[in-house]
Design a protein around this ligand. Structure first.
Ligand code: UT7
Length: 326
């Protein structure tokens, strides 16, 4: 049996910090509303010259360094994002070139905020099948470019970031374990960028109607998330023959502190079992879990051998949950 161990991790956040009070100067909102309803205090926003590619490369270099792996040893690059540099070419090719990973295959994986966990599970399949040995999985977003800065119901929620891990084939126990991937397209409209794709190509009308920005039915997504987090964690743990007691740290997608609190309550677990970074970074979509992982390792909170349960939800609507032993 070939396991996929995380041997390197890294994150990158842009240096510019935008506080809730900064946003209160742009739209009709307040620090109090944002903190109470979401737990967000500030977010990092990319500088004009930064892109999904440059941020991916910054996080990937840190993960490769941590893994003591040279770029030439990579077999595959998976970039999970909903905010690529371009529709085409795939941003994975831009990242491959910028990293100097000559001829290494790569692809973009787009499942919204669940992209990183989908990517982790996908990378694991290439390793478990024996096809590849070293897989770079990146979760990255520059959602600030697709945010309507006049829409208070969305612009206060998102932040920019990149996170990356290196997965390596191993005969030792641990690594990516039981998982569940899911999607429910009946709720597709709940998070949508209406125009720009083949269904509604760009036009003067779509630009005038702000149809190239993210629109979200927050309440719908909130209900979905609280429903799916505990249920999916329960199923994954059952598959693995484990219980909550066997999990050292839960790493949930960071969309809203209240969603995490509700899940913890439903699971009858203290909030201290959950890694939470939403206060400092807001919702960084596909980057949120590798960012939280990297932060918690840097703080010495997560250690080698710890059993982690990553659980995510987002556009699609999709969900993705995976047990990972570091
Ligand atoms: O990453 C995965 C995708 N995203 C999510 O998981 C997000 C899930 N949803 C949420 O996090 C929450 O639904 C939000 C934080 C988006 C909103 O919180 P809520 O408690 O569900 O508020 P709401 O949408 O029901 O809005 C309540 C009120 C409304 O006013 P009325 O209709 O009651 O008069 C909104 O217009 O709050 C108003 N509101 C705001 N007020 C001040 C909405 N946004 C703001 C704002 N500042 N930024």
């Amino acid at each position: 049996m070939i396991n996929s161990k995380i041997i390197g991790w890294g994150a990158y956040v842009p240096s510019r910090v935008v506080t809730n009070n900064d946003l209160a100067k742009l739209v009709d909102t307040s620090d109090e509303w944002i903190v109470q309803r979401s737990g967000i205090r500030e977010r990092h926003i990319a500088a004009p010259e930064e892109t999904t590619c440059t941020m991916s490369v910054a996080a990937a270099k840190r993960a490769l360094e941590q893994a003591s792996l040279s770029v030439s040893e990579l077999d595959l690059i998976i970039v999970a994002t909903s905010s690529p540099d371009h529709f085409t070419p795939p941003v994975s090719s831009l990242v491959q070139h910028a990293l100097g990973a000559k001829d290494v295959p790569g692809f973009v994986l787009t499942t919204g905020c669940t992209g990183f966990v989908y990517g982790l599970v996908t990378g694991h399949q290439f390793i478990a099948s024996g096809a590849y040995r070293n897989v770079l999985v990146i979760g990255v977003e520059v959602l600030s470019r697709f945010t309507n800065w006049q829409d208070r119901s969305t612009c206060v929620l998102f932040g920019d970031a990149a996170g990356a891990v290196v997965l390596q084939a191993s005969t030792q126990a641990g690594g990516v374990g039981a998982f569940e991937l899911g999607s429910d397209g009946t709720l597709a409209e709940a998070i949508i960028m209406p125009a720009g794709g083949s269904a509604r190509p760009p036009s003067l009308e779509t630009l005038q109607n702000d149809e190239h920005f993210i629109r979200m039915n927050g309440r719908e997504v909130f209900k979905f998330a609280t429903r799916v987090v505990k249920a999916s964690c329960d199923r994954v743990l059952a598959k693995a023959g484990m219980t909550y007691a066997d999990v050292d740290h839960f790493i949930p997608h960071q969309a809203n502190l209240r969603i995490i609190e509700t899940a913890a309550e439903m699971m009858q677990l203290p909030l201290s079992r959950f890694v939470i970074v939403i206060d400092r970074y807001a919702n960084t979509s596909a980057a949120s879990i590798p960012l939280a992982l990297t932060e918690a390792i840097a703080e010495g909170r997560i250690k080698s051998g710890d059993q982690l349960l990553m659980v995510s939800f987002g556009a699609g609507l999709t969900w993705a949950t995976a047990l990972v032993q570091l």
